[in-house]
Design a protein around this ligand. Structure first.
Ligand SMILES: *[C@@H]1O[C@H](CO)[C@@H](O)[C@H](O)[C@H]1NC(C)=O
Ligand SMILES: *[C@@H]1O[C@H](CO)[C@@H](O)[C@H](O)[C@H]1NC(C)=O
Ligand SMILES: *[C@@H]1O[C@H](CO)[C@@H](O)[C@H](O)[C@H]1NC(C)=O
Ligand SMILES: *[C@@H]1O[C@H](CO)[C@@H](O)[C@H](O)[C@H]1NC(C)=O
Length: 199
């Protein structure tokens, strides 16, 4: 790579002139004498919040296929991939402690054909954090929805998230996805035009 960069920079220096740069060869050892340490979980993934139960399954039906893939990557890179659970739908997902199904989502193709923009989740959603042993997670909380019910749901969800991610599974939590777009979102603004990220 070093010799290639050298060649490219020589070539760009000479662009526009008639001089042809001659490549110079820089020897690069095949085995580095002082290798660095592997980066933890260098290959990691973000999974759309509404799709996480599909990717991970739940306690009675864990998604073993996904877990095998993550374990294989873990063997290659030394650490299982970190998983961030969030994205646009984290700001649509309203938690309802009384809801007995994992999620109820309504896809409105006019807003997005990709995912539900109306979404409620129940306590069993958090079972999906139990199906990939040895994985660290980032959980996305809902900052977007601002109704009283949504705000109460956010507060009620905290205990479930903390319980699900105890024992070393919590990498980070994230409150809101891309709040800079809250007032201009093409899926429907969730803040007035005079709102700023500082607010
Ligand atoms: C777990 O997932 C299976 C398969 O999708 C589903 O049938 C079952 O209802 C889920 N369990 C809970 C508690 O949501
Ligand atoms: C929460 O879910 C329960 C059970 O499905 C339902 O009766 C209740 O209306 C829901 N609450 C809200 C605020 O939607
Ligand atoms: C609350 O959300 C609604 C709809 O998402 C939005 O129109 C409104 O501007 C928001 N209000 C505040 C004070 O953020
Ligand atoms: C935005 O404008 C409304 C209506 O004038 C006002 O009530 C509100 O306080 C303003 N919000 C911010 C964050 O400035």
């Amino acid at each position: 790579m070093a010799s290639l960069l050298h060649l490219l920079s020589a070539a760009s220096l000479c662009a526009g002139s008639a001089v042809i740069a001659r490549p110079s060869v820089i020897p690069v050892p095949g085995i580095p004498s002082t290798p660095g340490v592997p980066l933890e979980a260098f290959v990691s993934y973000s999974i759309e919040f509404s799709s996480f139960p599909d990717f991970a399954g739940n306690l009675s039906a864990p998604n073993v296929f996904s877990d095998n893939l993550l374990n294989n990557l873990g063997k290659i890179q030394g650490t299982k991939p970190h998983i961030r659970v969030g994205g646009n739908t984290q700001d649509y997902a309203v938690f309802n402690a009384s809801q007995d199904v994992t999620e109820i989502g309504i896809v409105d193709p006019a807003k997005s054909p990709d995912y539900p923009t109306t979404l409620t989740i129940g306590p069993s959603y958090f079972e999906s954090y139990q199906t990939w042993p040895g994985t660290k997670f980032i959980h996305g909380f809902n900052l977007g929805r601002n109704s009283t019910v949504a705000r109460q749901g956010l507060i009620d969800s905290v205990a479930y998230a903390c319980k699900a991610l105890e024992g070393g599974k919590l990498l980070h939590w994230e409150l809101g996805n891309e709040p800079d777009l809250f007032k201009t979102s093409s899926q429907g603004p969730v803040r007035p035009a005079n709102w700023t990220e500082q607010d």
